[in-house]
Design a protein around this ligand. Structure first.
Ligand SMILES: [Fe+2]
Ligand SMILES: [Fe+2]
Length: 315
């Protein structure tokens, strides 16, 4: 058997500490987020935990790393610079793919800084790594990087989508939009014809739900998936290990979430972790073994779970 393609997946590092904000930067939603961070979140997200997780991840020597959003907290300009430096410790832009989360779009102006500092990690094959002077024609005004993007790596196609939209205070919802959903469906059809193992990177779980944290157009996205199919969807946002199956094209689609990579040991079952996806085979005979590794109570990173995926509609 040939060596599997190893995709590593981590999410929601919520990098700290927060740089000291200027008073003018604490207007609107940021003030609430800043208080929230100082009162609670900074005690959950630890750099030591994140460093232990990423050290272990490097030891696994993955072929590619996917980061599914919430790299920052209240979208201060300095947070995006800090996050870029952290991304560089993970790997080269060609080897690390990023999609943004709701915290990376905490306020309406955040997109400019995200675009400026993270673009090489969020660009499709052949796209310019340079920031654009203006938004994409027809694109969303706060977003200048075209989503979805696609990157082909060995037998795998990584399809990055953005659910990151600025929202009102106390809201953490995500939205893909009709344009993006239609583009993803077209892209998935093309990649299927190319015989690639299609992995969608998304921050919010694409599951219909109500409430302040949901993906508001999950129903439309699932409808598109039912027509186009995909081999795997990976996400963050919920900060827990999860696996559900949704309908695809003649096969089910596994949807897998991971905890925050920086959650401290005290978070117990939600402590910092990441997944490895060992992808082998070819169209019709794909295989994918999921290996979850994360912090134990001792502070060491170890294997937590290992299971094969099945796409069978009868499993
Ligand atoms: Fe998060
Ligand atoms: Fe989130």
């Amino acid at each position: 058997m040939s060596k599997p393609f190893v995709l590593a997946h981590l999410s929601d590092p919520h990098l700290g500490p927060l740089p000291p904000p200027a008073m003018r930067e604490l207007v609107s939603k940021r003030l609430l987020g800043y208080i929230n961070w100082q009162r609670g979140r900074r005690r959950v997200h630890h750099r030591d935990a994140l460093d232990a997780v990423t050290h272990d991840l490097h030891g696994a020597r993955p072929d590619h790393v996917a980061v599914t959003g919430d790299l920052v907290n209240i979208a201060l300009p300095a947070e995006f610079v800090h996050a870029r430096r952290w991304l560089e410790t993970l790997g080269r832009p060609a080897d690390v793919s990023v999609v943004p989360g709701n915290h990376d779009a905490y306020v309406a102006g955040a997109g400019v800084h995200r675009d400026l500092h993270w673009r090489p990690y969020m660009s499709g094959d052949g796209a310019s790594a340079e920031p654009s002077a203006e938004g994409k024609p027809g694109g969303r005004p706060w977003e200048t990087i075209p989503f979805p993007y696609v990157r082909r790596r060995g037998p795998v196609a990584l399809v990055g989508v953005s659910t990151a939209v600025p929202t009102a205070a106390f809201m953490a919802t995500g939205k893909l939009g009709e344009q993006q959903i239609a583009a993803v469906a077209r892209m998935l059809d093309e990649l299927r014809a190319e015989g690639l193992f299609r992995v969608i990177l998304i921050h919010h779980p694409p599951v219909p739900a109500a409430g302040h944290k949901c993906l508001v157009d999950a129903v439309a996205f699932q409808r598109a998936l039912a027509g186009a199919g995909a081999e795997l969807i990976i996400h963050g946002h919920d900060h827990v290990h999860s696996l559900i199956m949704i309908g695809g094209k003649g096969a089910r689609v596994p949807v897998i979430g991971v905890p925050s990579a920086s959650a401290s040991v005290s978070a117990k079952r939600r402590a910092g972790a990441y997944n490895l996806y060992l992808i082998g085979g070819r169209p019709g005979t794909w295989s994918c073994e999921v290996v979850s590794r994360g912090l134990r109570s001792s502070g060491a990173v170890a294997e937590l779970d290992r299971y094969p995926l099945s796409w069978s509609e009868h499993a």
